[in-house]
Ligand binder design. Sequence first.
Ligand code: MTE
Length: 561
Amino acid sequence: MSRVLRSAFKLGSHHATYLLHQQEARIIKSISCYCDYSYKGGQEGGDGESRRDFRTVLTLVGLGGFVAAYVLASKVAAEGKPSKENVNYQKWHTEARTDLPTYKQEVIQKHDTLEKRIWVTYGIGVYDITDFVPKHPGSDKIMLGAGSAIDPFWAIYQQHNNKEILTLLESFRIGNLDKADAVSTEDMGSPWANEPKRHPLLKPASERPFNAEPPISLLAENFLTPNEFFYVRNHLPVPVIDAESYELDVEVEESGISKSFSLDEIKKLPKCTVTAAVMCGGNRRSEMTEVKPVKGLSWSAGAVGNAKWSGAKLRDILLAIGVESDEKRHVIFEGCDLDPTSHPYGASIPLSKAMDERGDVILAYEMNGETINRDHGFPLRVIVPGTVGARNVKWLSRVVVSDSESSSHWQQNDYKGFSPSTDWDTVDFTKSPAIQAMPVTSAICCPSEGDKVQTKDGCIAVKGYAWSGGGRRIVRVDLTADGGESWHVAELEQDDLPDGRHYGWTLWSANLPVPAGQKKIEIWSKAVDSAYNTQPESFKYTWNLRGVLSNAYHRVKVEIE
Ligand code: MTE
């Protein structure tokens, strides 16, 4: 049985279950065809990729390419192609067009080359995309989906449900699929049906997949972020996992060693607790966007939280199966959350980090003393302290020691930094290393932008957080209320842990003197870590097209009462 089917049975993921129910060859073919698409549709923000990639999958298999789709839709509209009024566009693919012929799936699937013309289906719509393909160099991967249904992809990446993309698709309509052959989203069951309940205070940046941060005014209230207020960053639907039958596969490439661990077996290993902040690579992206738009979810400064994580040391597990540290190797993590092509969310870290006693990498089953909840990775996630959130893989299904990094989209084509001059035409993701340790950052949590604040003895109360990746301790947080003319050092609240192993965040507070007589001020914060790294003054010269590593001074404007 293929690994996909095996993991579907094993994990009980709702989406995987759908795959099992759809065993007709054409669906499996369709699913296996779209692997490249999958890596793009579920990316950070689910809304962007290089323009080359936009062209690749644009409109038909997923894309997330709102902008490109819009441009194309306008082009098509200009050519007078759309065959319907812009009414009820969400239903076009569900309704038979009486002006067009009906086709059986077996006919459609023969149209899988340029010579034979390329057809795809969505609902009961049949679309000939042949003329679209050559117009867009790099769209060869569209060919992989030729002759099959795109419904499974669009059921997950619901951002396609917009007028521009559906209008463009309808412009390619050539017929109706025989109803007996149609795959409807109802048939599939919604992959979102089993999402957990969330605290209403979490402000969603996107609902499906669920991505949300707490109001940042709450963040500095607790050294350990309450679980229900901890930001959530999901790329796919949350998998449904039965803890009883759950197993983690640990494998070593080359040697062929592999071992499966039940949750109970993992819990029997020595339990280790580490306080670590987890921060999304896109935290504070909304500020970078103000310089120039970037692609990605518009996180404010709340895509970070600090928690006490408990579980087994990954090092213990690797040692138990005979793995030795090696500077050149990697540890790949895969989640149980599968995209429509059955590819799991995945990421990797250097093996040396996993094997380092001071690296404190754990397979966590508890968060702040409670069973880790579904949004944060139940029943098991890896915590890679000091490392960008993306590598802290949730719903862990597989750990592989390998000579290569993870091949997943999120390791290879996302969560990387670039020069401010690199744009979507010139970007080459192979040229930048995957982000691991995060740079030093800080944020002002109180007061908030626009607040009216009172002074006491000429000062205002200010508090916030600071953190640096790689276990570097925060040694100072500087604040100014007069544009940098004078700086004031904040009081720090942090764990008493050695530098290099200081993975939790630092909360800071200060009574900040404000310039006399001034009614409007701007507060700036900058943190300094143990390597004397500090934050850049502005986002202008660290701007990057994905809006990651957004760590310039934090600035908040307030009014003095
Ligand atoms: N692991 C899986 N399996 N699937 C995901 O979508 N998102 C990653 C990481 N681990 C993700 C994942 C990203 S980008 C971040 S920032 C963190 O989880 C967020 O962790 P949290 O949701 O517990 O805050």
